[in-house]
Design a protein around this ligand. Structure first.
Ligand code: F0G
Length: 410
């Protein structure tokens, strides 16, 4: 039996409301993006009582997810990722309490799975047959997997030659139609949006409001894993800017429900060569200046015109947070540090939050006693080339123990 629909879609700017039965991504009156808003009677502490006893996962929080028929959920076991206290990293940085939420543990190796389990389930509810996205790699890998599981056709557009190998092969093996676009991610997103507005194809980029609903569970899980404590800072790598907005929505909902009495500061980290949001915040610009030719080795966040920039700027400002940029070199250093100090291997974009934290410490922008959570967004094995390039080939020895001992003592 389908539950009663207990939410609506609301325009972020003019607040015009839309029924969830519509396939719509932008407000017809003002063109802004839409947000899922739940009935007021769900925004109470009682709602969370139902969560107890369910395992840590996206669907633990089903009451605050926009799915009416829970018997049809398309799932691969997403969410429930570890929140690792990183004492070695913390003491290296002179910080007392640093945690890393390892989103690489999701089924396809990134946080995108949280959004796709919800987005693809909604697609089924809406009677969709074909789904599509533009992607720097992880969204396409994730959508391809969930579409396969749901029996939907899947089209993914990726920027030509700029997607990490691990992500490309994921989309291929899951059976998606993979199309390389001569251009960057922003170009690919523009044409896929146009395609989906004129064809019966459902768009599952983060302009789709249901994606962000799944991703907000990162906030719910952090709250659960910290036994109800709220971080002082949550540090998030930012590309198209959906995730930082989603996590902020999650914390705000916990606040509206009366489950927490403070909110974290949201800190967005962008790569220097692709930093329109960080530039806006840091330089106090009035208007965003998109980056025409974004460039960074962290290809996942190589984005010059983030569609969710307004939401993200709102999250950062409303939370009294801030934004920072990091160089490619700082990102690679942070990637190695996290792996070699804590055993957590993340892709370069995922390491941007750690690189950002290092910079914040240097600039005195976080306090020693702060409770800090960094979001590590994607698994390191997605992009092995970047690591191989930095290390010499391992030494080779004869299969002889004496030679080995000699080598080890040298
Ligand atoms: N980290 C990783 C590993 C990502 O794949 C992405 C985005 C981000 C951070 C940034 O998140 O866009 O919500 O600000 N990847 C998208 C993709 C763009 O196509 O896979 P965001």
């Amino acid at each position: 039996m389908a539950d009663q629909q207990r939410y609506n879609l609301a325009c972020l700017s003019c607040r015009l409301m839309y029924s969830p039965s519509e396939v719509i991504y932008r407000c017809r009156r003002c063109g802004d993006l839409l947000s899922v808003e739940y009935d007021a009677d769900l925004m109470r502490p009682e709602t969370a009582k139902k969560w107890r006893g369910r395992s840590l996962s996206v669907w633990r929080y089903a009451e605050l997810l926009p799915i009416s028929d829970r018997s049809r959920i398309v799932s691969l076991g997403e969410g429930g990722t570890s929140l690792n206290r990183c004492s070695r990293l913390g003491s290296e940085l002179g910080l007392k309490e640093v945690y890393v939420k390892n989103e690489g543990e999701n089924p396809t190796g990134s946080f995108k799975d949280r959004g796709m389990t919800v987005g693809v389930t909604r697609a089924l509810e809406l009677g969709i047959k074909t789904v599509a996205c533009a992607s720097t790699g992880n969204t396409s890998a994730s959508l391809a997997a969930y579409a396969a599981r749901a029996g939907l056709e899947c089209v993914v557009l990726i920027p030509s030659g700029k997607v990490a190998l691990g992500k490309l092969i994921q989309a291929m093996i899951y059976g998606a139609r993979v199309i390389q676009v001569k251009g960057n991610f922003d170009d690919a997103l523009k044409i896929v949006e146009e395609l989906c507005l004129t064809q019966p194809i459902y768009l599952l980029n983060s302009i789709n409001p249901y994606r962000l609903e799944g991703q907000k569970t990162i906030a719910f899980e952090i709250w659960d894993q910290l036994d109800g404590r709220v971080p002082d800072e949550v540090i998030v790598p930012v590309g198209n800017a959906g995730n930082i907005s989603a996590i902020w929505k999650g914390f705000r909902e916990l606040y509206s429900m009366g489950l927490i009495d403070k909110l974290p500061r949201m800190i967005g980290i962008q790569a220097e060569g692709a930093a329109p949001i960080a530039n806006l915040i840091k330089m106090g610009l009035k208007e965003i200046e998109f980056v025409e030719n974004p460039e960074t080795i962290a290809t996942a966040i190589r984005i010059g015109s983030p569609v969710n920039w307004k939401r993200a700027v709102g999250a950062i400002k409303d939370s009294n947070g801030f934004a920072e940029t990091t160089s490619d070199e700082e990102i690679l250093k942070a990637q190695r540090l996290l792996a070699s100090y804590e055993g957590i291997f993340v892709e370069p974009a995922g390491a941007a939050s750690i690189a950002g934290l290092i910079k914040l410490v240097k600039n005195g922008l976080v306090k020693k006693d702060d409770l800090i959570v960094c979001i590590a967004t994607g698994h390191g094995l997605k992009d092995p080339d970047i690591v191989l390039r930095q290390f010499p080939k391992p030494v080779e020895v004869e299969a002889d123990v004496n030679t080995l001992m000699k080598l080890l003592s040298s």
